[in-house]
Design a protein. Structure first.
Length: 162
């Protein structure tokens, strides 16, 4: 893997940004992340896509199992958090839309979404980094996996609840 993907992304003022993906692996998108995206997007009139994952928990005997799919309540929670972030961005005069998808592989799906939408950067809220061996088993460390895999800069905003 390219070592440049493991380092901090470039200063946002040094790159052209026309489209931003504000992504969540299922956590609530904190106001700090919305504010960071607004600061990135406002001077450039960049469009923002808010994207969240409704987590599918796995398979049973190699087949998808309805008991492992997100519940109606979990889907609605994700729709609500995306709607709140889109509303906050639109209040700031930005063009924003949102989407929620279900997947077992959030890192791949977030990177795929950013590529499909031709985004220039990804922004995610993140807990403090942990030991990589331990972190690979923790859902909350997903933003760091996205940063390693993405082909564009990934800006991680500290989650105050983390």
């Amino acid at each position: 893997m390219n070592s440049s993907r493991r380092t901090e992304p470039p200063d946002p003022s040094e790159i052209a940004i026309e489209r931003i993906l504000l992504a969540s692996e299922g956590r609530t998108i904190p106001a700090e992340a919305v504010e960071f995206v607004a600061r990135l997007a406002s001077p450039r009139k960049a469009a923002v896509c808010v994207f969240s994952i409704a987590r599918i928990h796995g398979t049973a005997y190699g087949f998808p199992s309805p008991g492992l799919l997100p519940t109606k309540r979990e889907w609605q929670e994700q729709r609500d958090l995306v709607a709140a972030a889109v509303k906050a961005l639109r209040k700031r005069g930005l063009q924003a839309d949102g989407e929620v998808v279900g997947t077992r592989k959030p890192t791949s799906r977030i990177c795929q979404q950013a590529t499909q939408l031709d985004c220039d950067v990804i922004v995610m809220a993140a807990d403090p980094p942990r030991n990589r061996v331990v972190a690979d088993f923790m859902w909350t460390q997903e933003p760091y996996r996205v940063r390693r895999k993405a082909r564009m800069p990934v800006y991680l905003v500290p989650d105050p609840r983390g």
